[in-house]
Design a protein around this ligand. Sequence first.
Ligand code: RUB
Length: 299
Amino acid sequence: MNIDETAQKIITMEIRGAGKIARSAALALKDYAIKLQEEDPQKFISMMKSAQAKLFNTRPTAVSLENALELVMAGAKGNTVTELRAGVEAAADQFVKNSQDAINKIAVICADKINDGNTIITHCNSTVAVQGMINAKNQGKSLRVYATETRPWFQGHITSQTLADAGVDITLIVDSAVRYFMTEANLVIVGADTVLSNGSVVNKIGTSQIALCAHEHHVPVLVCAETYKFARPNITAKDVRIEERAISEVVKPGKLKGVKIRNPVFDITPAKYIESIITEIGVISPSNTHEVLQKMFDE
Ligand code: RUB
């Protein structure tokens, strides 16, 4: 897929979920580098940067996309186009491999946190969180999952079907039923688009409401997040651009007269409502995130 096709698929949500977006963008950048007919190294880099910007501008919230693109571009080292191209290719492949390895490691840790007989509430569709629940099931644990629909895109349908196909006892609920079912829950497990240095987490709109409700019921909230979803230490909540998508996703255009409609698609869950952030380098308490980030970005 070329850059424009990939960018379009990310914008229209054909490619969605922070991890899938990051991997697709990295591979699109690699393909672009392979096919780019340019002999001048400076021009090659400048065209690569334009492609990077096009991909970056598709969805504004998740830092994982920006981080993935930067990791791939960091591979562009050398004096010739051949060297630059090879560097980009290797960096993209490495990123995809690392990100898949991270999912596997996180899913193992996540499964360990799930006890036999647990009831879990999840929101939206996170590849890594879903894999954690499937791993727990495959370990022979009995678990029940409530998945929210996740309006307006209904990502909860993907989560529900994936879990059902894996033999998990799964019930789909409307978003507003979370508090009703929280009384039965032992855990909330979600993914992340961005983890900030104060331990707060950006994820699908509604995550913060669910976390607040979990807090009220003393239900721990676990966030599964690969470390490339961590924002640089100087980025704070006010720097996060919450994506607002078309109002036609919420209601048929023209159906309501004189009604304002808003459609923000992510929110920020404060660290105080999160028990743990599960990463491929281990379980992090939200209060330690700054330290981990500092080490990560110092290297
Ligand atoms: C998806 C979403 C997911 C995170 C993590 O939002 O909020 O919870 O991206 O997903 P959207 P993953 O559907 O709008 O992209 O674990 O797959 O990276």
